[in-house]
Design a protein around this ligand. Structure first.
Ligand code: GLN
Length: 544
């Protein structure tokens, strides 16, 4: 029998529900359980693919090519269960399939309603994840939004029904709330009391409370919360602010015995907890020496979540390379202004110097010339450079313009008229006008050329990483590019598409068409991020 844990949130958003759900997942995995994670998103978009990274943060891509909410990235970094299209449930998908069934006449003339039809669809999707693998023990379902939101009601109602149908021992409600410090040191429990009341109005009595607070809650506060909410006081946990890293949170919950309480409530006999990988990761964190400054040159710089997986992967690489990674966010359109270049890249100012450049993925024309400038600067000054997807295409444009001397070299995404479309659509894509579903999405194979930095990083020739792009390195220019010295690091197995380019005679300049950031973990950094940060660190140490 599968167990279910529903993680909901109250009071306000951004309390770290995704991290709390993931940390609980990590703890249960540490106890030897097979855990699957599911995100329910109340928005009406069918998936996150069409949402602006400005508004909604990064689009996280799974192996099977689903464009999902960035919370799935948290799940992937904290837990090891399979993640696919099935693990992300949105209101848009639910309604889309209910309406499709209605049109097909599959409701046999009945009036189609939120309850039971929408809630049944939600339940069947959650149950499908539980049944996917026979060895799944627990499914943790994170319900997006805040209790009290109109949009979340069908998801909470589906949770209520599943809890009722499975029985308390098989389904728990974990509720996250905020304990604010209003009067300088005085923690207020009232919003939590109201939030639990709102859950009770939905017919759900939370079994476990995780309270986000500036500090660890003391015993009297926990007892007070327990008294008002019908939750046992040993099931009231503190998620206090940490100044280390979010990856310490599983250990913080472990010290408070969150996993023991959850196992006991679910009637699972307690087993040995193996959290070695998490504690040794924290030891590496504490042992880091020195800092490297990485300039991220992109267009969505104001919202940290827009490049979430990239930033996390840099942090993971720092853990493995024994250095702290400072992120210097550089808006590429500002780099287009001539005067800004020196100050933004810290040229000439040792304390403000950028030690490495990373150009992440992106769409649209704005800021492209600033990115090309960053590539030229890194290439000619022998500063380590890592290009991801668009960042690789930028390397090719830079090479076309400045090594081959084709001033108008460009991607046809940005310039249709160019005489040197070094990045372009594949022939068969040229006529496609519909934007949905025309991208290369999800896991595919690249074959690394021996002797390249790419091969050195992965130590195997067959590499499986995820894609999300429409444009490709144009094969028309493959010969001129390579003859002038640009090295091709990898091709697709049929050798038709370029997957990686490298700068030879350079400390570390590499671009990949895929997105290695999605598979990086705090306990095992992505090989390319690891080698990039190692190259940056070594070069910095050499220079003193
Ligand atoms: N805009 C580019 C393309 O579609 C790059 C996409 C990306 O960086 N994810 O090919």
């Amino acid at each position: 029998m599968n167990k279910f844990i529903f993680v909901s949130g109250g009071v306000c958003s951004s309390l770290g529900k995704g991290v709390a759900a993931s940390s609980l997942g990590a703890l249960l995995e540490g106890r030897g359980l097979n855990v699957r994670m599911v995100k329910c998103d109340p928005y009406i978009n069918v998936d996150a693919g069409t949402m602006s990274p400005y508004q909604h943060g990064e689009v996280y891509v799974t192996d099977d090519g689903a464009e999902t909410d960035l919370d799935l990235g948290n799940y992937a970094r904290f837990t090891s269960g399979a993640l696919s299209r099935a693990n992300s449930i949105t209101t848009g998908q639910v309604y889309e399939s209910v309406i499709r069934k209605e049109r097909e006449g599959r409701y046999l003339g009945r009036c189609v309603q939120v309850i039971p039809h929408i809630t049944d669809e939600i339940k069947s999707r959650i149950l499908a994840v539980a049944k996917e693998d026979t060895d799944t023990d627990v499914v943790i379902v994170e319900i997006g939004g805040t209790v009290g939101d109109i949009e979340s009601i069908p998801f909470l109602e589906a949770a209520r029904q599943l809890i009722h149908e499975s029985g308390k021992i098989n389904a728990l409600s974990v509720h996250l709330t905020l304990i604010p410090d209003v009067a300088g040191g005085e923690l207020k429990t009232k919003p939590t009391q109201h939030s639990v009341k709102a859950m009770q109005e939905q017919g759900i009595q939370p079994d476990v409370l995780i309270c986000r607070a500036p500090i660890m809650l003391d015993e009297p506060t926990r007892r007070k919360i327990a008294l008002f909410t019908n939750v046992e006081s040993d099931a009231v946990f503190s998620s206090y602010d940490v100044d280390t890293t979010i990856y310490e949170i599983p250990l913080i919950f472990f010290k408070q015995k969150l996993d023991q309480v959850v196992l006991k409530k679910m009637g699972v006999e307690s087993r040995h907890a193996d959290l070695d990988s998490w504690s040794s990761m924290m030891e590496r964190f504490a042992a880091r020496k020195g800092t490297v400054r990485i300039g991220i040159v992109g267009k969505y710089m104001d919202l940290h979540d827009a490049y979430k997986s990239v930033y996390e992967a840099l942090f993971h690489a720092g853990l493995e390379g024994g250095v702290a990674v400072e992120l210097v966010k550089i808006d590429s359109s500002r780099l287009e202004e001539a005067e800004a270049e020196e100050s933004l890249l810290g040229i000439g100012a040792p304390e403000g110097r950028i030690d490495g450049i990373l150009v992440p993925g992106g769409f649209g024309q704005r800021g492209i010339n600033g990115m090309v400038k960053a590539s030229t600067w890194a290439r000619t000054n022998k500063i380590p450079y890592f290009g991801i997807c668009l960042g690789m295409q930028i390397m090719v444009i830079d090479w076309g313009r400045h090594v081959l001397g084709w001033e108008d070299a460009d991607s046809t995404e940005f310039n249709h008229e160019t005489r040197h479309p070094v990045i372009s659509l594949l022939e068969e894509q040229v006529d496609v006008t519909n934007y949905g579903g025309t991208m290369r999405l999800g896991k595919s194979e690249s074959v690394a050329e021996p002797g390249t930095r790419l091969f050195a990083a992965y130590q195997v020739r067959n590499i499986f990483e995820r894609h999300r792009h429409r444009y490709e390195f144009s094969n028309t220019y493959r010969k001129e590019m390579t003859e002038s010295g640009l090295r091709i690091g990898a091709l697709t197995p049929d050798r038709s598409l370029v997957e990686c380019v490298e700068w030879p005679d350079h400390p570390w300049g590499l671009g990949v068409q895929f997105h290695p950031e999605f598979k990086s973990k705090p306990t095992a950094a992505s090989p390319l991020f690891r080698d990039f940060i190692a190259a940056v660190r070594d070069r910095k140490q050499l220079q003193g």
